[in-house]
Design a protein around this ligand. Sequence first.
Ligand code: FAD
Length: 421
Amino acid sequence: MYDIVIAGGGAAGFYAAIQIAELSPELNIAIFERGKTVLSKVKVSGGGRCNVTHGEFLPKELATNYPRGEKELLGPFHKYAPMDVMAFFEERGVPLKIEEDGRVFPKSDSSQSIIDCLVTEAERLGVQVLKNSSVKVIDKLNDGWQVTTMNKHYHTKKLLLTTGSNPKIWAQLQKLGHQIISPVPSLFTFNIKDKRIQGIQGISAYATVEVLPKKTFHTDKKNLNLKSNVKDEPVLYSDGPLLITHWGLSGPAILKLSAWGANILHDYNYSFRIRVNWLPEYSTESMEAYLKELKDVEAKKTVMRTNVTELPKRLWKRLVEAANIMPDERWGDINKEQLLALAEQLTASSFKVEGKSTFKEEFVTAGGVDLKEINFKTFESKLHPNLYFAGEIINVDAITGGFNFQNAWTGAYIAAQAIVS
Ligand SMILES: Cc1cc2nc3c(=O)[nH]c(=O)nc-3n(C[C@H](O)[C@H](O)[C@H](O)COP(=O)(O)OP(=O)(O)OC[C@H]3O[C@@H](n4cnc5c(N)ncnc54)[C@H](O)[C@@H]3O)c2cc1C
Protein backbone atom coordinates (compact mmCIF):
# COMPACT_ATOMS: atom_id res chain seq x y z
CA MET A 1 0.00 0.00 0.00
CA TYR A 2 1.36 3.37 -1.01
CA ASP A 3 -0.06 6.85 -1.00
CA ILE A 4 1.79 7.62 -4.18
CA VAL A 5 3.54 5.41 -6.69
CA ILE A 6 5.78 7.04 -9.27
CA ALA A 7 6.55 4.74 -12.20
CA GLY A 8 9.93 5.70 -13.71
CA GLY A 9 13.11 6.68 -11.87
CA GLY A 10 14.26 9.34 -14.30
CA ALA A 11 14.45 13.12 -14.11
CA ALA A 12 10.70 13.72 -13.80
CA GLY A 13 10.15 10.84 -11.35
CA PHE A 14 12.84 11.89 -8.88
CA TYR A 15 11.99 15.57 -9.08
CA ALA A 16 8.32 14.88 -8.36
CA ALA A 17 9.10 12.49 -5.49
CA ILE A 18 11.30 15.09 -3.78
CA GLN A 19 8.70 17.85 -4.17
CA ILE A 20 5.91 15.63 -2.81
CA ALA A 21 7.98 14.41 0.13
CA GLU A 22 9.01 17.95 1.05
CA LEU A 23 5.43 19.17 1.01
CA SER A 24 3.99 16.16 2.87
CA PRO A 25 6.64 14.14 4.73
CA GLU A 26 3.98 11.79 6.15
CA LEU A 27 3.10 10.35 2.72
CA ASN A 28 4.28 6.90 1.77
CA ILE A 29 5.98 7.40 -1.62
CA ALA A 30 7.67 4.87 -3.88
CA ILE A 31 9.54 5.19 -7.16
CA PHE A 32 9.42 2.05 -9.32
CA GLU A 33 12.36 1.84 -11.70
CA ARG A 34 12.68 -0.96 -14.24
CA GLY A 35 16.48 -0.73 -14.48
CA LYS A 36 19.13 -1.52 -11.94
CA THR A 37 20.24 2.10 -11.97
CA VAL A 38 18.18 5.26 -11.77
CA LEU A 39 18.57 8.52 -13.69
CA SER A 40 20.50 6.83 -16.49
CA LYS A 41 19.54 9.42 -19.09
CA VAL A 42 20.64 12.24 -16.83
CA LYS A 43 24.01 10.51 -16.62
CA VAL A 44 24.62 10.61 -20.40
CA SER A 45 22.83 13.90 -20.99
CA GLY A 46 24.58 16.89 -22.51
CA GLY A 47 27.58 14.77 -23.43
CA GLY A 48 27.98 13.77 -19.75
CA ARG A 49 27.66 17.37 -18.54
CA CYS A 50 23.83 17.49 -18.20
CA ASN A 51 22.35 20.56 -19.79
CA VAL A 52 19.91 20.94 -16.96
CA THR A 53 17.81 23.83 -18.29
CA HIS A 54 18.08 27.01 -20.36
CA GLY A 55 18.66 30.59 -19.21
CA GLU A 56 15.44 31.81 -20.80
CA PHE A 57 13.29 33.36 -18.13
CA LEU A 58 10.32 34.67 -20.14
CA PRO A 59 7.64 31.95 -20.25
CA LYS A 60 6.40 33.04 -23.66
CA GLU A 61 9.87 32.94 -25.19
CA LEU A 62 10.67 29.69 -23.41
CA ALA A 63 7.56 27.99 -24.80
CA THR A 64 8.56 28.77 -28.41
CA ASN A 65 11.28 26.12 -28.14
CA TYR A 66 8.73 23.30 -28.07
CA PRO A 67 7.50 22.09 -31.48
CA ARG A 68 4.97 20.01 -29.56
CA GLY A 69 3.74 21.61 -26.35
CA GLU A 70 4.26 25.33 -27.02
CA LYS A 71 0.66 26.30 -26.26
CA GLU A 72 0.10 23.85 -23.41
CA LEU A 73 3.33 24.62 -21.52
CA LEU A 74 2.84 28.38 -21.43
CA GLY A 75 0.65 28.28 -18.30
CA PRO A 76 2.90 25.76 -16.48
CA PHE A 77 5.99 27.87 -17.27
CA HIS A 78 4.35 30.82 -15.53
CA LYS A 79 4.19 28.64 -12.42
CA TYR A 80 7.56 26.93 -12.64
CA ALA A 81 10.36 28.10 -14.90
CA PRO A 82 14.15 27.70 -15.33
CA MET A 83 14.86 30.17 -12.53
CA ASP A 84 13.03 27.91 -10.06
CA VAL A 85 14.94 24.85 -11.26
CA MET A 86 18.23 26.70 -10.90
CA ALA A 87 17.29 27.76 -7.38
CA PHE A 88 16.36 24.14 -6.54
CA PHE A 89 19.80 22.81 -7.43
CA GLU A 90 21.81 25.75 -6.12
CA GLU A 91 20.03 25.69 -2.75
CA ARG A 92 20.98 22.02 -2.52
CA GLY A 93 24.66 22.63 -3.11
CA VAL A 94 24.93 22.24 -6.90
CA PRO A 95 26.27 25.52 -8.32
CA LEU A 96 25.24 26.11 -11.94
CA LYS A 97 26.52 28.26 -14.79
CA ILE A 98 24.80 29.76 -17.83
CA GLU A 99 26.92 29.41 -20.95
CA GLU A 100 27.04 32.03 -23.70
CA ASP A 101 24.35 30.33 -25.76
CA GLY A 102 22.00 30.15 -22.77
CA ARG A 103 22.51 26.50 -21.85
CA VAL A 104 22.71 25.82 -18.12
CA PHE A 105 25.15 23.21 -16.73
CA PRO A 106 26.44 22.29 -13.30
CA LYS A 107 29.69 24.17 -12.65
CA SER A 108 31.32 20.77 -12.14
CA ASP A 109 30.59 19.98 -15.83
CA SER A 110 29.50 16.57 -14.60
CA SER A 111 26.00 15.11 -14.73
CA GLN A 112 26.92 13.12 -11.61
CA SER A 113 26.43 16.29 -9.52
CA ILE A 114 22.77 16.39 -10.59
CA ILE A 115 22.31 12.66 -9.97
CA ASP A 116 23.93 12.82 -6.53
CA CYS A 117 21.72 15.75 -5.57
CA LEU A 118 18.48 14.03 -6.63
CA VAL A 119 19.37 10.66 -5.12
CA THR A 120 20.56 12.15 -1.80
CA GLU A 121 17.47 14.33 -1.48
CA ALA A 122 15.10 11.44 -2.19
CA GLU A 123 16.92 9.31 0.37
CA ARG A 124 16.92 12.08 3.00
CA LEU A 125 13.17 12.52 2.55
CA GLY A 126 12.42 8.81 2.90
CA VAL A 127 11.29 8.12 -0.67
CA GLN A 128 11.47 4.37 -1.36
CA VAL A 129 13.26 3.54 -4.58
CA LEU A 130 12.45 0.06 -5.92
CA LYS A 131 14.98 -0.83 -8.61
CA ASN A 132 14.53 -3.77 -11.01
CA SER A 133 10.81 -3.14 -10.69
CA SER A 134 9.31 -2.75 -14.11
CA VAL A 135 5.67 -1.73 -14.09
CA LYS A 136 3.88 -4.14 -16.41
CA VAL A 137 0.18 -3.61 -15.83
CA ILE A 138 -1.87 -0.69 -14.56
CA ASP A 139 -5.42 -1.32 -13.35
CA LYS A 140 -7.96 1.15 -12.09
CA LEU A 141 -9.56 0.38 -8.73
CA ASN A 142 -12.45 2.11 -6.96
CA ASP A 143 -10.11 3.81 -4.50
CA GLY A 144 -6.95 4.23 -6.55
CA TRP A 145 -4.70 2.13 -8.75
CA GLN A 146 -3.15 -1.30 -8.84
CA VAL A 147 0.34 -1.47 -10.25
CA THR A 148 1.69 -4.88 -11.20
CA THR A 149 5.39 -5.60 -11.63
CA MET A 150 6.88 -8.95 -12.66
CA ASN A 151 5.27 -10.89 -9.82
CA LYS A 152 3.79 -8.45 -7.32
CA HIS A 153 0.71 -6.25 -7.05
CA TYR A 154 0.84 -2.89 -5.32
CA HIS A 155 -1.99 -0.62 -4.35
CA THR A 156 -1.66 3.16 -4.51
CA LYS A 157 -4.05 6.06 -4.03
CA LYS A 158 -2.36 8.18 -6.66
CA LEU A 159 -0.24 7.19 -9.61
CA LEU A 160 2.27 9.41 -11.41
CA LEU A 161 3.67 8.05 -14.68
CA THR A 162 7.15 9.29 -15.61
CA THR A 163 8.28 6.37 -17.75
CA GLY A 164 9.58 8.46 -20.66
CA SER A 165 9.11 7.00 -24.14
CA ASN A 166 8.14 3.45 -23.17
CA PRO A 167 5.71 1.91 -25.70
CA LYS A 168 4.54 -0.70 -23.17
CA ILE A 169 3.26 1.94 -20.77
CA TRP A 170 1.65 3.81 -23.67
CA ALA A 171 -0.12 0.54 -24.53
CA GLN A 172 -1.38 0.32 -20.93
CA LEU A 173 -2.71 3.86 -21.27
CA GLN A 174 -4.45 3.00 -24.53
CA LYS A 175 -6.14 0.18 -22.66
CA LEU A 176 -7.41 2.84 -20.24
CA GLY A 177 -8.81 4.86 -23.14
CA HIS A 178 -5.99 7.37 -23.65
CA GLN A 179 -4.89 8.46 -27.13
CA ILE A 180 -1.20 8.03 -27.84
CA ILE A 181 0.36 10.10 -30.61
CA SER A 182 2.69 7.76 -32.53
CA PRO A 183 6.31 8.20 -31.53
CA VAL A 184 8.79 9.47 -34.12
CA PRO A 185 12.41 10.58 -33.62
CA SER A 186 13.16 14.26 -33.11
CA LEU A 187 16.55 16.03 -32.91
CA PHE A 188 18.75 14.36 -35.49
CA THR A 189 21.28 15.36 -38.11
CA PHE A 190 21.00 14.90 -41.89
CA ASN A 191 23.10 12.30 -43.76
CA ILE A 192 24.38 13.72 -47.04
CA LYS A 193 26.97 12.29 -49.40
CA ASP A 194 28.07 15.15 -51.60
CA LYS A 195 31.44 16.16 -53.02
CA ARG A 196 30.90 19.77 -51.98
CA ILE A 197 31.05 18.96 -48.29
CA GLN A 198 33.20 15.84 -48.21
CA GLY A 199 36.45 16.17 -46.27
CA ILE A 200 35.73 19.67 -44.94
CA GLN A 201 34.00 18.67 -41.70
CA GLY A 202 34.12 21.16 -38.87
CA ILE A 203 33.29 24.15 -41.10
CA SER A 204 30.33 26.17 -39.94
CA ALA A 205 28.42 29.11 -41.47
CA TYR A 206 25.25 31.02 -40.63
CA ALA A 207 22.78 29.83 -43.25
CA THR A 208 19.15 29.31 -44.10
CA VAL A 209 17.97 25.79 -44.90
CA GLU A 210 14.74 24.83 -46.66
CA VAL A 211 13.27 21.34 -46.98
CA LEU A 212 11.80 20.91 -50.44
CA PRO A 213 8.57 19.02 -51.04
CA LYS A 214 8.66 15.46 -52.26
CA LYS A 215 7.32 15.30 -55.79
CA THR A 216 5.89 11.84 -55.25
CA PHE A 217 3.59 13.33 -52.67
CA HIS A 218 1.43 14.95 -55.40
CA THR A 219 -0.91 12.01 -55.41
CA ASP A 220 -0.73 11.25 -51.72
CA LYS A 221 -4.05 12.38 -50.28
CA LYS A 222 -2.68 12.44 -46.77
CA ASN A 223 -0.31 15.21 -47.76
CA LEU A 224 -2.56 17.33 -49.92
CA ASN A 225 -2.27 20.03 -47.29
CA LEU A 226 1.31 20.55 -48.47
CA LYS A 227 0.14 23.03 -51.10
CA SER A 228 3.69 23.98 -51.84
CA ASN A 229 4.28 20.66 -53.60
CA VAL A 230 3.06 22.16 -56.80
CA LYS A 231 5.33 25.20 -56.78
CA ASP A 232 8.41 23.61 -55.23
CA GLU A 233 8.10 25.98 -52.31
CA PRO A 234 9.73 24.75 -49.11
CA VAL A 235 7.71 22.74 -46.63
CA LEU A 236 10.05 23.66 -43.79
CA TYR A 237 12.45 26.50 -43.18
CA SER A 238 15.06 27.34 -40.57
CA ASP A 239 18.09 29.53 -40.06
CA GLY A 240 21.09 29.43 -37.77
CA PRO A 241 24.60 28.01 -37.63
CA LEU A 242 25.03 25.14 -40.09
CA LEU A 243 27.81 22.67 -39.39
CA ILE A 244 29.48 20.36 -41.91
CA THR A 245 30.19 16.95 -40.35
CA HIS A 246 31.69 13.63 -41.46
CA TRP A 247 28.21 12.37 -42.30
CA GLY A 248 26.49 15.43 -43.68
CA LEU A 249 25.03 18.52 -42.07
CA SER A 250 24.27 19.34 -38.45
CA GLY A 251 24.19 22.42 -36.20
CA PRO A 252 21.22 24.41 -34.88
CA ALA A 253 19.78 25.09 -38.37
CA ILE A 254 19.42 21.33 -38.99
CA LEU A 255 18.38 20.34 -35.47
CA LYS A 256 15.55 22.87 -35.59
CA LEU A 257 14.31 21.35 -38.85
CA SER A 258 14.51 17.85 -37.39
CA ALA A 259 12.43 18.88 -34.38
CA TRP A 260 9.78 20.98 -36.13
CA GLY A 261 9.70 18.64 -39.09
CA ALA A 262 9.79 15.39 -37.04
CA ASN A 263 6.52 14.15 -38.53
CA ILE A 264 6.96 15.37 -42.11
CA LEU A 265 10.51 14.01 -42.34
CA HIS A 266 9.32 10.69 -40.93
CA ASP A 267 6.64 10.62 -43.66
CA TYR A 268 9.40 11.33 -46.20
CA ASN A 269 11.27 8.30 -44.81
CA TYR A 270 14.24 10.64 -44.25
CA SER A 271 14.86 10.92 -48.00
CA PHE A 272 14.35 14.44 -49.37
CA ARG A 273 16.11 17.51 -50.79
CA ILE A 274 17.19 20.65 -48.98
CA ARG A 275 18.18 24.05 -50.32
CA VAL A 276 20.89 25.95 -48.47
CA ASN A 277 21.55 29.67 -48.71
CA TRP A 278 25.10 30.02 -47.38
CA LEU A 279 24.82 33.82 -47.50
CA PRO A 280 21.26 34.62 -46.40
CA GLU A 281 21.70 38.36 -46.83
CA TYR A 282 21.68 37.71 -50.59
CA SER A 283 19.05 36.24 -52.89
CA THR A 284 20.24 34.43 -56.03
CA GLU A 285 19.40 37.55 -58.06
CA SER A 286 21.25 39.99 -55.84
CA MET A 287 24.21 37.61 -55.63
CA GLU A 288 24.30 37.36 -59.41
CA ALA A 289 24.28 41.14 -59.67
CA TYR A 290 27.10 41.38 -57.10
CA LEU A 291 29.20 38.78 -58.93
CA LYS A 292 28.68 40.63 -62.23
CA GLU A 293 30.18 43.74 -60.68
CA LEU A 294 33.10 41.71 -59.40
CA LYS A 295 33.68 40.26 -62.84
CA ASP A 296 34.72 43.74 -63.99
CA VAL A 297 36.49 44.92 -60.86
CA GLU A 298 38.48 41.71 -60.22
CA ALA A 299 38.79 40.68 -63.89
CA LYS A 300 42.43 39.58 -63.66
CA LYS A 301 42.20 37.54 -60.45
CA THR A 302 41.35 33.84 -60.38
CA VAL A 303 37.90 33.11 -58.97
CA MET A 304 39.05 30.17 -56.85
CA ARG A 305 41.60 32.28 -54.99
CA THR A 306 39.46 35.38 -54.61
CA ASN A 307 36.93 34.54 -51.95
CA VAL A 308 34.61 37.54 -52.13
CA THR A 309 32.35 36.30 -49.35
CA GLU A 310 32.69 35.70 -45.64
CA LEU A 311 32.48 31.95 -46.18
CA PRO A 312 35.39 29.79 -45.03
CA LYS A 313 37.92 29.47 -47.86
CA ARG A 314 37.59 25.69 -48.23
CA LEU A 315 33.84 25.91 -48.64
CA TRP A 316 34.18 28.76 -51.16
CA LYS A 317 36.51 26.57 -53.24
CA ARG A 318 34.06 23.68 -53.23
CA LEU A 319 31.19 25.89 -54.33
CA VAL A 320 33.30 27.46 -57.11
CA GLU A 321 34.19 23.95 -58.33
CA ALA A 322 30.52 22.97 -58.24
CA ALA A 323 29.77 25.96 -60.48
CA ASN A 324 32.05 24.43 -63.15
CA ILE A 325 34.72 27.09 -62.76
CA MET A 326 38.25 25.74 -63.29
CA PRO A 327 40.95 26.42 -60.67
CA ASP A 328 42.82 28.86 -62.92
CA GLU A 329 39.83 30.64 -64.46
CA ARG A 330 39.76 34.40 -63.94
CA TRP A 331 36.78 36.54 -63.11
CA GLY A 332 37.07 38.26 -66.46
CA ASP A 333 36.88 34.92 -68.32
CA ILE A 334 33.86 33.26 -66.78
CA ASN A 335 30.66 33.25 -68.79
CA LYS A 336 27.08 34.09 -67.83
CA GLU A 337 26.13 30.48 -67.08
CA GLN A 338 29.09 30.01 -64.73
CA LEU A 339 28.28 33.27 -62.98
CA LEU A 340 24.68 32.24 -62.44
CA ALA A 341 25.77 28.75 -61.35
CA LEU A 342 28.06 30.29 -58.74
CA ALA A 343 25.30 32.62 -57.50
CA GLU A 344 23.08 29.54 -57.18
CA GLN A 345 25.68 27.49 -55.35
CA LEU A 346 26.15 30.32 -52.86
CA THR A 347 22.48 31.08 -52.25
CA ALA A 348 20.48 28.01 -53.30
CA SER A 349 22.70 24.91 -53.03
CA SER A 350 20.58 21.82 -53.36
CA PHE A 351 21.55 18.69 -51.39
CA LYS A 352 20.00 15.24 -51.28
CA VAL A 353 19.44 13.96 -47.76
CA GLU A 354 19.51 10.18 -47.39
CA GLY A 355 18.89 9.15 -43.81
CA LYS A 356 19.58 10.63 -40.40
CA SER A 357 22.10 10.28 -37.59
CA THR A 358 21.69 10.62 -33.86
CA PHE A 359 22.70 13.93 -32.40
CA LYS A 360 25.00 12.62 -29.66
CA GLU A 361 24.52 15.42 -27.16
CA GLU A 362 20.79 14.90 -26.83
CA PHE A 363 18.03 12.98 -28.54
CA VAL A 364 14.35 12.75 -27.86
CA THR A 365 11.16 11.22 -29.17
CA ALA A 366 8.18 13.20 -30.36
CA GLY A 367 4.83 11.58 -29.56
CA GLY A 368 3.19 10.32 -26.39
CA VAL A 369 0.04 10.96 -24.39
CA ASP A 370 -2.24 13.27 -26.36
CA LEU A 371 -2.01 16.76 -24.83
CA LYS A 372 -5.76 17.26 -25.18
CA GLU A 373 -6.25 14.60 -22.51
CA ILE A 374 -4.09 16.27 -19.85
CA ASN A 375 -5.14 19.08 -17.52
CA PHE A 376 -2.11 21.39 -17.61
CA LYS A 377 -3.06 23.06 -14.34
CA THR A 378 -2.35 19.77 -12.55
CA PHE A 379 -0.78 17.39 -15.12
CA GLU A 380 -3.62 15.03 -14.24
CA SER A 381 -5.37 12.81 -16.77
CA LYS A 382 -8.66 14.31 -17.94
CA LEU A 383 -9.99 10.76 -18.25
CA HIS A 384 -9.01 9.32 -14.88
CA PRO A 385 -8.72 11.16 -11.57
CA ASN A 386 -5.59 10.42 -9.51
CA LEU A 387 -3.54 9.56 -12.60
CA TYR A 388 -0.79 12.04 -13.43
CA PHE A 389 1.94 12.37 -16.09
CA ALA A 390 5.24 14.26 -16.32
CA GLY A 391 8.23 14.36 -18.66
CA GLU A 392 8.75 12.70 -21.98
CA ILE A 393 5.75 10.34 -21.62
CA ILE A 394 3.51 13.16 -22.88
CA ASN A 395 3.50 14.47 -26.44
CA VAL A 396 5.99 17.26 -25.70
CA ASP A 397 9.49 17.64 -27.03
CA ALA A 398 11.87 20.50 -27.58
CA ILE A 399 14.90 21.52 -29.51
CA THR A 400 18.30 21.02 -27.93
CA GLY A 401 19.43 23.40 -25.17
CA GLY A 402 18.06 22.10 -21.86
CA PHE A 403 14.40 22.52 -22.78
CA ASN A 404 13.58 18.81 -22.64
CA PHE A 405 14.66 18.58 -19.02
CA GLN A 406 12.75 21.78 -18.27
CA ASN A 407 9.57 20.05 -19.44
CA ALA A 408 10.33 17.20 -17.02
CA TRP A 409 11.06 19.53 -14.05
CA THR A 410 8.01 21.75 -14.65
CA GLY A 411 5.59 18.85 -15.16
CA ALA A 412 6.96 17.04 -12.11
CA TYR A 413 6.70 20.13 -9.91
CA ILE A 414 3.11 20.93 -10.90
CA ALA A 415 1.97 17.31 -10.66
CA ALA A 416 3.56 17.12 -7.19
CA GLN A 417 1.68 20.23 -6.01
CA ALA A 418 -1.59 18.82 -7.34
CA ILE A 419 -1.01 15.37 -5.85
CA VAL A 420 -0.37 16.83 -2.41
CA SER A 421 -3.25 19.27 -2.47
C1 FAD B 1 21.83 10.94 -24.94
C2 FAD B 1 20.81 11.93 -24.44
C3 FAD B 1 21.23 13.15 -24.00
C4 FAD B 1 20.29 14.09 -23.55
N1 FAD B 1 20.74 15.31 -23.10
C5 FAD B 1 19.85 16.23 -22.68
C6 FAD B 1 20.29 17.48 -22.15
O1 FAD B 1 21.49 17.73 -21.98
N2 FAD B 1 19.31 18.40 -21.80
C7 FAD B 1 17.98 18.13 -21.93
O2 FAD B 1 17.17 19.00 -21.60
N3 FAD B 1 17.55 16.94 -22.36
C8 FAD B 1 18.45 15.99 -22.73
N4 FAD B 1 17.99 14.78 -23.18
C9 FAD B 1 16.56 14.51 -23.13
C10 FAD B 1 16.21 14.17 -21.67
O3 FAD B 1 17.11 13.18 -21.22
C11 FAD B 1 14.77 13.68 -21.54
O4 FAD B 1 13.90 14.65 -22.06
C12 FAD B 1 14.46 13.43 -20.08
O5 FAD B 1 15.33 12.46 -19.55
C13 FAD B 1 13.03 13.00 -19.86
O6 FAD B 1 12.87 12.69 -18.53
P1 FAD B 1 11.78 11.62 -18.06
O7 FAD B 1 11.95 11.50 -16.58
O8 FAD B 1 10.48 11.98 -18.60
O9 FAD B 1 12.20 10.27 -18.79
P2 FAD B 1 13.49 9.38 -18.63
O10 FAD B 1 14.67 10.19 -18.23
O11 FAD B 1 13.57 8.59 -19.89
O12 FAD B 1 13.15 8.42 -17.43
C14 FAD B 1 12.20 7.41 -17.51
C15 FAD B 1 12.57 6.34 -16.50
O13 FAD B 1 11.50 5.42 -16.41
C16 FAD B 1 12.01 4.11 -16.40
N5 FAD B 1 10.94 3.24 -16.90
C17 FAD B 1 10.47 3.13 -18.14
N6 FAD B 1 9.49 2.24 -18.22
C18 FAD B 1 9.31 1.76 -16.96
C19 FAD B 1 8.43 0.82 -16.39
N7 FAD B 1 7.54 0.17 -17.12
N8 FAD B 1 8.50 0.59 -15.06
C20 FAD B 1 9.43 1.23 -14.30
N9 FAD B 1 10.29 2.14 -14.79
C21 FAD B 1 10.24 2.41 -16.10
C22 FAD B 1 13.23 4.19 -17.28
O14 FAD B 1 14.12 3.13 -17.05
C23 FAD B 1 13.80 5.55 -16.90
O15 FAD B 1 14.66 5.45 -15.80
C24 FAD B 1 18.90 13.80 -23.59
C25 FAD B 1 18.49 12.56 -24.05
C26 FAD B 1 19.43 11.61 -24.46
C27 FAD B 1 18.95 10.28 -24.93
